[in-house]
Write a protein that binds this ligand. Structure first.
Ligand code: XMP
Length: 326
């Protein structure tokens, strides 16, 4: 039975040296727990699962089997980065599943936000379960559970909107970062050599871009969302804002507005920019963004993203608005 209570005298892991000591200890413990058995991990590319993957690769190498499910709702370049970092650089045993069509077909015509979340969460478990059943001799399941998950939600990660794997697919858990807070997970990730862009990633909802492509998701609006989001990230990165703002993204609503393009009337989508600062995501403020940055982002989205004719900046704090639009 693993210990799920953080010892009161446990030092906050804030330096590379403390991270190294933690890694050495976990490598030892994981090897003792797992022996020569195999471990399965759903690797989303988020901070927690990425750090767990890197830690387990160090501890048990190819005994770890990572499964990355691309649900088609990832940000631009994210799935590619997972493959590049884990398969190509860290030589991990990585199964990459492109399930885009499965998810988008199921979501077709579904416009109710909670129903969309349920479909995405449920299908994710299904795809992962199918992959797990193809493998033989798996005894353990690794998870990127962190301490706030244990404190706040009985050890179930917040993005698991539906239950876990089916009853007959229960494994013994390996949760090496379960006693760490998020900032400590990031320090450990850096010490393990993961790219800063992966370790410093802002929170990204489990249902991904699915809750930012409002209403019933269509492939063309999803493409506009992904491209505009990538432009926003690039420009906030160029202007130094990416390190100062807690979370930022674009949203594409399920409506059109008129515009003019090459002298003709166009009937295209708006893109909404959302940027917030917060400590715990329970309340949030909207930062003042320098006008030239907003203007550059706007110009680029309008010229580079097909089907978009307007760009708006959401000024709503939480409360009253939530951070996400759905
Ligand atoms: P809201 O929109 O409730 O968001 O103000 C607060 C934080 O939670 C994230 N969020 C989610 N994360 N699954 C997740 O894993 C979800 O379904 C989900 N919905 C919102 C949101 O991005 C923000 O950081």
């Amino acid at each position: 039975m693993q210990n799920n209570v953080r010892p009161t005298d446990m030092k906050r892991i804030s330096t590379p040296a403390l991270a190294e000591a933690f890694i050495a200890q976990q490598v030892k413990e994981v090897r003792e727990q797992v022996g020569d058995k195999k471990v399965l991990l759903a690797l989303s590319g988020g901070v927690d699962s990425s750090v767990v993957a890197a830690l387990l690769i160090k501890a048990i190498g190819k005994q770890l089997v990572c499964v990355h499910v691309n649900h088609g709702l990832m940000r631009k370049g994210e799935s590619e980065q997972v493959v590049e970092v884990f398969r190509n650089q860290l030589d991990a045993n990585l199964i990459y599943v492109d399930a885009t069509d499965r998810f988008l077909d199921l979501l077709s015509g579904v416009d109710e936000p909670e129903r969309k979340r349920k479909i995405i969460g449920g299908e994710f478990i299904k795809v992962f379960d199918e992959e797990a059943r193809k493998l033989e001799g798996i005894d353990f399941l690794a998870q990127g559970t962190i301490y706030p998950d244990i404190l706040e939600s009985d050890g179930v990660k917040a993005h698991h909107n539906v239950g876990g794997l089916p009853e007959d697919m229960q494994f013994e858990l390996v949760e090496p970062v379960r006693l760490l807070f998020k900032d400590e997970v990031r320090v450990v990730g850096k010490a393990l050599g993961l790219p800063v862009s992966m370790v410093e990633r802002q929170p990204f909802p489990g249902p991904g871009l699915g809750v930012r492509c409002l209403g019933a998701i269509t492939r063309d609006r999803l493409a506009a969302l992904r491209e505009s989001d990538a432009i926003l990230r690039e420009e906030f990165g160029n202007s130094g804002l990416a390190d100062q703002i807690w979370q930022f993204f674009t949203v594409v609503p399920d409506m059109r507005a008129t515009g003019v393009r090459e002298g003709k009337r166009a009937y295209d989508w708006p893109v909404i920019i959302r940027a917030v600062n917060t400590v715990d995501a329970m309340t949030a403020t909207v930062p003042e963004i320098a006008w030239p940055v907003l203007k550059t982002v706007t110009d680029r989205i309008l010229s580079e993203v097909p089907g978009v004719c307007r760009v708006l900046y959401d000024l709503t704090p939480k409360p009253v608005g939530t951070i996400e639009w759905e």
